[in-house]
Design a protein around this ligand. Structure first.
Ligand code: ZN
Length: 85
């Protein structure tokens, strides 16, 4: 699975009709408009794509921690701390 560096959409390289070779790497696009935009300024879009990737990996981390916290919370609900009477 590839990401269209222009719009950020996921593109299947086997089905994508639009691809562009830049610095020995093939990039895939959802539409001709995205490919044209990329070919007009590949570096700009590659920089944007790199930034988007970083932002997404950060969001993933957030997701992991919020899931972990939720699980810990559920655990505490099902297993209340022992009380001594
Ligand atoms: Zn696109």
């Amino acid at each position: 699975m590839n990401i269209d560096p222009v719009c950020g959409m996921h593109v299947d390289e086997k089905e994508a009709p639009f691809s562009y070779l830049y610095r020995d790497r093939a990039y895939f696009f959802c539409s001709e408009a995205c490919m044209d935009a990329f070919s007009a300024g590949p570096d700009k879009y590659l920089k944007l794509a790199a930034e988007r990737e970083i932002a997404e990996s950060k969001r993933e981390e957030g997701g992991y921690f919020s899931r972990l916290l939720k699980r810990l919370g559920e655990h505490a609900e099902k297993n209340p701390p022992p009380k001594c009477h």
